[in-house]
Ligand binder design. Structure first.
Ligand SMILES: Cc1cc2nc3c(=O)[nH]c(=O)nc-3n(C[C@H](O)[C@H](O)[C@H](O)COP(=O)(O)OP(=O)(O)OC[C@H]3O[C@@H](n4cnc5c(N)ncnc54)[C@H](O)[C@@H]3O)c2cc1C
Length: 353
């Protein structure tokens, strides 16, 4: 019998399994999907933290302070650990003075972690908790769980665009709650991006390229003409607002003079053109342009409540998006949280056993 079961081979599960193996444990790493890497493989690969712990706590005011401190303090050394495993860095620094971090090539990151963690057993969803063996739940939250999204996040759940793997449907949350774990704060919150609305085709390889990240330079309205103004640099509030509008839709109207504004490495005009080429409804009147967008859900921010050893219930540990209540009320790096808590969960599970 294995010393530890790890469910999910994304960032949190691979980090947990790699940590456990480095401590000499026999790990049973099981994965529901047909490949390793989870949403991590589809991501931009930026593992980051806020510039200061105070900034983290201010940006995510309803998150658990102790978990925020743990993640803040360990992110840099855990990034160094990833590099020591051979993961390739493509960029140092985030280009944003509010944050510090490193961008990894996600293919290299996944391969390096799999080498250290051992090959996951694919197409093996965890369906019930193992008796007598500790388990790390790292199934990626419930971005693909329509029923849970409808219950906790928005009545418009059926219209959300899934911007994550199709396998993260809330299995960890359901099993953890059954085992007696508590739900964290913020079960109603998501992280995501506004994306080109249907009939646009948005393939997983396009999740980053097609994101419509210019709410700050646009006027935003729902189908009834009710408006919203972007409040955060990350625009997480924009996608959360959009998710709750009829059919999870928002129309971004940009005046001609704002088309040359830059957000990170792209101009607004480039993002609009990308949406138009993908097939989204785009209208031009005079010099201004209106793009129909849909809320794309990348990750859920609520999940199981854990302590700073990632404990959720006796013998049950949670990490990554399965552990909620960290970014509540704001935005922080999902990859950093998954990395740190994945390693912490494995260490605690082995020590407790
Ligand atoms: C397009 C995109 C861009 C992003 N960019 C960034 C970024 O730059 N920086 C950042 O910090 N974050 C980013 N993220 C978010 C980041 O990818 C996630 O926060 C992170 O991957 C969460 O890690 P995780 O281990 O919880 O989930 P995942 O990495 O998704 O792994 C969960 C795994 O669990 C598996 N699973 C599900 N159910 C079961 C089950 N019952 N049994 C076994 N396995 C199961 C899934 O198949 C999956 O492989 C991005 C995400 C996307 C999609």
């Amino acid at each position: 019998m294995a010393d530890l079961v790890v469910a999910g081979a994304g960032m949190a599960g691979l980090a947990a399994a790699a940590e456990a193996r480095s401590r000499g444990a026999d790990v049973n790493l099981i994965e529901k999907g047909d490949r390793a890497g989870g949403s991590m493989l589809l991501s931009s690969g930026m593992v980051w933290r806020h510039a200061t712990l105070d900034a983290f706590c201010e940006e995510c005011p309803d998150g658990d302070r102790e978990l925020q401190a743990l993640i803040f303090e360990r992110t840099e050394s855990d990034i160094a650990w990833l590099e020591s495993l051979g993961a390739r860095v493509t960029e140092r620094g985030t280009g944003n003075p509010r944050t510090a971090g490193v961008r990894f090539d996600t293919g290299s990151l996944t391969r390096s972690l799999v080498r250290a963690a051992g090959e996951p057993r694919l197409r093996r969803p965890l369906q019930e908790l193992p008796a007598g063996t500790p388990v790390v739940l790292a199934t990626g939250g419930f971005p693909a769980g329509r029923e849970l999204l409808r219950r906790h996040v928005t009545a418009e759940a059926d219209d959300l665009l899934l911007r994550a793997t199709p396998w993260s449907a809330g299995d960890g949350l359901t099993l953890g709650l059954q085992a007696g774990a508590a739900a964290s704060a913020g079960l109603d919150q998501i992280y995501g991006r506004n994306m080109p609305a249907p009939p646009a085709r948005v393939e997983p390889a396009d999740y980053v390229r097609l994101s419509q990240l210019y709410g700050r330079h646009a006027s935003l309205a729902n189908v009834h003409g009710e408006t919203y103004e972007a409040r955060t640099w990350s625009e997480i509030d924009v996608v959360q607002w959009t998710a709750r509008q009829p059919r999870a839709r928002a129309w971004f109207t940009v005046a001609e003079e704002a088309l040359s504004e830059r957000v990170r490495d792209r101009t607004v005009a480039e993002m609009v053109e990308a949406a138009e080429r993908a097939g989204a409804p785009v209208e031009r009147h005079g010099g201004s342009v209106t793009v129909e967008t849909v809320a794309g859900v990348t990750s859920t921010l609520g999940g199981l409540r854990v302590d700073t050893s990632a404990r959720a219930a006796p013998g049950v540990y949670a990490a990554g998006a399965d552990a909620g209540g960290i970014a509540t009320g704001g935005y922080s790096s999902g990859l950093a949280a998954a990395l740190v808590l994945g390693r912490v969960a494995a260490a605690a599970a082995l020590e407790d056993a």
